[in-house]
Ligand binder design. Sequence first.
Ligand SMILES: [Zn+2]
Length: 491
Amino acid sequence: MKVLIVFISIIIFASAVSADRLVRVRDITAGAVQQLLADGYDVANVDIRLGYADLMIPEREIDQLSLRFADYELLPREWGELLPVNAKNAGEYYSPEENWLFWCELAASYTDLVDTPVTIGQSYQSRDIYMIKMTSPVGSGYKPPIYFSSLIHAREPGGNSVLIDFAMWLTSNYDEGDTRAAWILDNTTVYFVPVANPDGYEYNMPGSGMQRKNMNWTDGNGVDLNRNWGYMWNYDDTGSSGNPYDETYRGTEAFSEPETQIQRDFITAIQPIAAMNYHTYGGWLIYPWGYINSPTPDQSTFEAWGAAMTSYNDYVPGRAGQLLYPVNGEQCDWCYGGNDMQGIFAFTPEVDDNGFWGSQNDPSEIERICDECRPMNIWLCMTAPGFVGIEEDEGVSIEPILSLSAVYPNPVVSSAVFTLTAPGSTGVKVTVYDTSGRVVYNVSEEFLSGDNTVIWNITDDVAAGVYILRATDSNGFAASRRFTVLKQAGI
Ligand SMILES: [Zn+2]
C-alpha cells in the first residue's frame, strides 16, 4: 500500500511539473501573430522573416493543435520548464539565492569597484528588489550612469546570466588592466538590477518554471510587468491585454505594481543615459517605439547603435513592431519617452537562448549567449557617455538653425573634430565645458553660413574625462554635444 501511495504521488508530481510545452507553429504571418495574441495564446517568440511563432501550450491541449495548425513541432521539454533535477537551483542558471550570493561576493572581492547590493524596494510578496552600483575610484564628478536589468519576466534567466557575466568581466578585466574595462569603470557608473521580478522567479524554482508575470494574483494569475509602465499604457489591445489571465495582462492602471514602481523610482533617481533591459529569447535587439511601429525622433541614432552592437553577434535590430509585434506599457518606451528626464537610450536585447530554460544543463550554451551579448554591453558603455543627441519628443519641432555634429573620434585622444552648421545665425560662440561647468576651451573662429569643420587639438593640460561642446547664437539658439577625452591610446 505504501509503495502504491508513493507511486501515485510521483505521477501527480510529474504531471504538475509538466503543465506546458513550447510548440513551434509555422507558416505564420504578422497578421496571424496578432490573431494568436487576440485569441489569448502565450506567444513566447516570433520570427516573421522565417515565418514561425513559438507558443506555450498547456499539455492537455497539445493533441488538439492539429485542428488549428497544419505545421507544428514540439520543442524540447527543457526549453519550457525547469527539469525536476534543477527545480530548486535553476541548473546552470543562477537561482534567486545564487544571484544574491554572487553579487554579495563580487562586492566583497572588489571593494574598490563594486558596492554591496542595496535594496531599492519590495515586491508584491515583500521580497527585496536590489541594485548593485559599480564604478572605480578614478575620476571625480559626474560619471554618466548606465542601467542594466534582467528578469522582469521571471522565466527568462538567460538575460540574468548575461548581466552576471558582464559584471565578472568588468571587475576581473579592470584588475588585469584591460583598457576597455578601465575606461568604462573610470568614466561611467554601471548599475545592475538583476532580479526585477523576484516573486515570479522564486515561484519558478520549485514550480514548472513558466511564470512570466508577477505574483499579484488578485484578479488573475499575475501582471505582465513589461506592459505596466506609464508611457502609452493601454494604448491598444494588440500589444497588451486587459484580461487578467493573459500573459500580457497590463494591470489595472499604469504602474499599478510595486515592481514597476520600484524600477521607475530608481531610474528616475539615477538618471541613466542608456539602458539594457534584458529578456529572452529570440536574437533581437529592440528599441523604441514599442507601442507603435513608427520611428522615434532619434531613429537614426537607435538604428546606428543597433547596427553597431549587433555587428558582434548577428542579432537583428529594430522596433518591436518590425520584428515581433507592437507592445504598449513597455519599459524602454517609458525610459526613452515617458519621463521628465532627458530621454534614455534604452534597448531590449532578446537573448538567443534555447527557449526559456533550454540551457539549464549546458554551461557551454550559457557561455555562448554571454559571449554573444558581452560586446554589446561594452560597446554601449563606451559609446553612450560621449553622446548627447536626444531630441525633444514628438510635437516639439526644433528648427535646425544651429547644429553640431557628433564629435569625432569619440573618445578623443589627441584631436576633436566636429562640424558646426549655423545658417542665418549671428554672434555664434562655441565653447567646451567640463562637467562642473568650467570653460575649458573657447573656439575663436569666424563661422560661415555653410558647414564649418572645427579641429580642437587637445593640449596636455586637458584632463581625461567627459566634456560638453556647446554652441550658442545671439538669438538664444543652442546646440550641445557630449564627448569624452581619453589620454591613453589603444581603445
Ligand atoms: Zn521578456
